[in-house]
Design a protein around this ligand. Structure first.
Ligand SMILES: [Zn+2]
Ligand SMILES: [Zn+2]
Length: 148
């Protein structure tokens, strides 16, 4: 998983080490990992902020990657997002409206109770969702050559 895994290592909420990398024209334009809002305490130091079994202190990796692109004035239109797991529905909505056309995630992980791979994929018609592990099983993808 290369860079996505490296980015995920920077997460400040150890519950869920996940990274996201935005790629356009074979170039990395932004990266994101799960972390607190700038200037706010990190889960590492202040503990998690749990609501319904999820830590809500942090911003998700995909959202942070889009925020990083926005901050630096980089267009995400037409980009592909490589992520550790299938993005939650809120991040997917944001990715779609940011012009991201494809998500390649390493593993499936139910973002919210009741979500399934089928419903997540079916709900979102405007973005291509590919599970790298599934693609590899079909011989269409090589995880060891995963770039990023
Ligand atoms: Zn946390
Ligand atoms: Zn999310």
């Amino acid at each position: 998983m290369g860079i996505v895994d490296k980015v995920a290592e920077r997460c400040t909420c150890a519950r869920t080490p996940k990274g996201a990398v935005l790629v356009k024209d074979n170039r990395i334009i932004a990266t994101g990992y799960i972390g607190s809002v700038a200037g706010q305490p990190h889960c590492d130091e202040a503990g998690h902020q749990m609501v319904d079994g999820h830590c809500v202190r942090t911003i998700h990796a995909e959202t942070n990657a889009i925020a990083q692109a926005a901050r630096h004035g980089i267009s995400t239109d037409g980009a592909t997002c490589y992520t550790t797991v299938l993005p939650c529905s809120n991040c997917l909505k944001l990715l779609i409206n940011s012009g991201v056309i494809r998500v390649v995630y390493k593993e499936y992980y139910a973002p919210q109770p009741g979500d399934s791979k089928e419903t997540s994929h079916a709900e979102i018609g405007r973005i291509a969702l590919d599970c790298a592990t599934d693609l590899e099983a079909q011989g269409k993808f090589k995880l060891e050559r995963w770039m990023p």
